[in-house]
Design a protein around this ligand. Sequence first.
Ligand code: FAD
Length: 387
Amino acid sequence: MTSTATRTIAEHTIVLAAWIDENSDRLDKFRRPVEGGVRGAVEHARELMALLYEAGWSRWGWPEEIGGLGGSELHRAAVYDGLGAAGIQIPEVFVILETVAPVLAHYSPELAADHLPAYLRGEEIWGQGFSEPEAGSDLASVRTFARATGDGFVLNGQKIWMTLGSSANYAMVLARTGTTESRHRGLTMLWVDLASAGVTVRPIVAANGREEFAEVFFEDVEVPAEYLVGPQDGGWGVAMFLLQYERGMYAWLRQSILHHRLSAVAGRVRPGDTRSSRALGEAFVLLAALRARSVTTVTALAEGRNPGPVVSVDKMLLSSAERATFEAARKAQFEEFVVSDDLESATLRDEWFYSRATSIFGGAVEVQRDIVARHVLCLPTGRRANS
Ligand SMILES: Cc1cc2nc3c(=O)[nH]c(=O)nc-3n(C[C@H](O)[C@H](O)[C@H](O)COP(=O)(O)OP(=O)(O)OC[C@H]3O[C@@H](n4cnc5c(N)ncnc54)[C@H](O)[C@@H]3O)c2cc1C
């Protein structure tokens, strides 16, 4: 492989396409749906991770000091785009990678050096521990409490909706170190070993029947001082740093997959089926808008610029494009969607169900609209005056 300095994004894309071509047989299994529910999907993902690590692809875009091969977010984006275009199902572990790893790399390079290579090889799984039963959209009301002991922290509380929580070895947990009234000023980000004494993980079965999430309970869990991510009481800033990736890089990653998915749907629309054609067209327009918007965001991240509150637009476009894509798929494959029991039809139903959730995770769409209204469009707040 050429060094980062000489590997432009255009070269990166060409070399990747050639590698995918040469390794088509080995990659073929990653184009097809997987049996065995979420656990089956995780084991399958580990195999793909190991393959991409061995070939170096997943190491591009991460600093060499933490086990990467250098380059920027654009190198990672090019890999997602190349894999997506080749019909390879980019597994959920990459979503968590794009959410958690940038934070470790930025705030805790030592932790990143210890854990990123293991994650990229498929040996570790991580979770994101933000939401609580009474703290979802209102993240500043987190109640999981971390008491500073001098040697570290003692953690007590509960997290919920942790994606892949049942398989996770470590989690990035947002905890309260100040008083409840301190709201966003009294929060701290911690890296937590989920094998620690006092951690209980309970799977949650989603409406599609899959164990997508887990709730995680902490009872006097000891967290060493070196597992502090960012400053104590500075967890809000760390969480905001994370959200630009959870909303921005995630949107890019998904649009890479959705473009390929929509092409497959187009191949199934029957002549004269105007209902499906219209749905397909609507999804295509939304995806085109998402891709155009997302390029700007990924470029900003690659240049070390914070995209700011406008990243909420990426999240909203993604939510609409995701729903529209699977709605088009449902219409074009209506019979299979409703009655077939084969793996492909069951996977389509799972994907359709999951597409409904895009308007919730990473910040609900209603909240994103509010952010855009206040912080991007600077609209006046307060009650509407009676006319
Ligand atoms: C598929 C999926 C994966 C997830 N994975 C994770 C994960 O890995 N880790 C994690 O920590 N969390 C995860 N979550 C949780 C997710 O972050 C929360 O569901 C989300 O933040 C919303 O919080 P809530 O569910 O408590 O709903 P609430 O905050 O109670 O919101 C309920 C409704 O009220 C609306 N609402 C709330 N506040 C406002 C407001 N100010 N203005 C207008 N409307 C408002 C919302 O839009 C929503 O429709 C996941 C969720 C899903 C669906």
